[in-house]
Write a protein that binds this ligand. Structure first.
Ligand code: ADP
Ligand code: MG
Ligand code: MG
Length: 255
């Protein structure tokens, strides 16, 4: 049983005009086995939250804490965070020309597991996971994400999840750009992973439709750089009716 604790997290993004505060005091605790949906309007800071936890250099944590089983995540390098069991599937996965998917995955798995996976097992493992995600075999030799459609990038993010086996997975708009069939394939793969691993999931989304496939235990409304309301899955249903309008006024924390 593992715990990811985010305490009063403040973070700023570095822009050409200087630092701009985006996260304004995020509090959230995720335990193994729990799925937390983070839902909020565009520009509210959801991706910034995921980047701040993952250690993206552009996003500076100005105060607050992130603890994984009591260990200070913010003092870890990006590699150490991955080895500690954190995984981020990005809203906009990066392209890495010249590096094949198969090399990339094996290097990442070696880094996270602490030793190179035995080749024979590895080849089968990758093949099986690719089959589950309806990814055709030719993708193994293609450059990471280069020329991939939005949906193909998302499938490959979940392929990484399945192979890297994190304790905590942050899935940032994994549903965006997916058609109904792809959404089902990707959701099934996430559910599969959840069923056989004691993982904590932070599922960031703008829309409720992915929550019909991946059922959250908790739903949090994110607006103005922080969580403004928390509840169960009924909160997502309510958001579908009302949208985020009623939270706009709540965006600025009282000062
Ligand atoms: P969300 O994921 O909820 O749509 P983001 O975290 O992407 O929100 O963005 C929050 C705010 O921070 C937005 O106003 C966005 O323009 C700004 N922002 C995020 N990243 C950058 C960046 N790299 N450079 C400049 N502004 C940024
Ligand atoms: Mg956005
Ligand atoms: Mg985003």
């Amino acid at each position: 049983m593992a715990t990811l604790e985010i305490k009063d997290l403040h973070a700023a993004v570095t822009t050409d005009e200087g630092a701009k505060e985006i996260l304004k005091g995020v509090d959230l605790t995720i335990r193994s086995g729990e799925t937390h949906a983070i839902m909020g309007p565009n520009g509210s800071g959801k991706s910034t939250l995921s980047y701040a936890i993952a250690g993206h250099p552009k996003y500076e944590v100005t105060s607050g804490e992130v603890l994984l089983d009591g260990e200070n995540v913010l003092e870890m390098s990006v590699d150490e965070r991955a080895r500690a069991g954190l995984f981020l599937a990005m809203q906009y996965p990066v392209e890495v020309p010249g590096v094949s998917m198969s090399n990339f995955l094996r290097t990442a798995a070696t880094a996270v597991r602490g030793e190179a996976p035995k080749l024979r097992h590895w080849v089968k493992e990758v093949k099986d996971e690719m089959a589950k995600l309806d990814i055709s075999a030719e993708f193994a030799e293609r450059s990471v994400n280069e020329g991939f459609s939005g949906g193909e990038k998302k499938r490959h993010e979940i392929l990484q999840l399945a192979l890297l086996r994190p304790k905590f997975a942050i899935l940032d708009e994994t549903d965006s750009g997916l058609d109904v069939d792809a959404l089902r394939v990707v959701s099934d793969a996430v559910n599969d992973y959840k069923a056989s691993n004691d993982v904590g999931v932070m599922l960031i989304t703008h829309y409720t439709r992915i929550l019909k496939h991946i059922r959250p235990d908790f739903v949090h409304v994110f607006a103005g750089g922080r969580i403004v309301e928390s509840g169960g899955v009924e909160l997502a249903d309510q958001l579908e009716e009302t949208g985020y309008v009623k939270y706009i006024g709540k965006q600025e924390p009282a000062s």
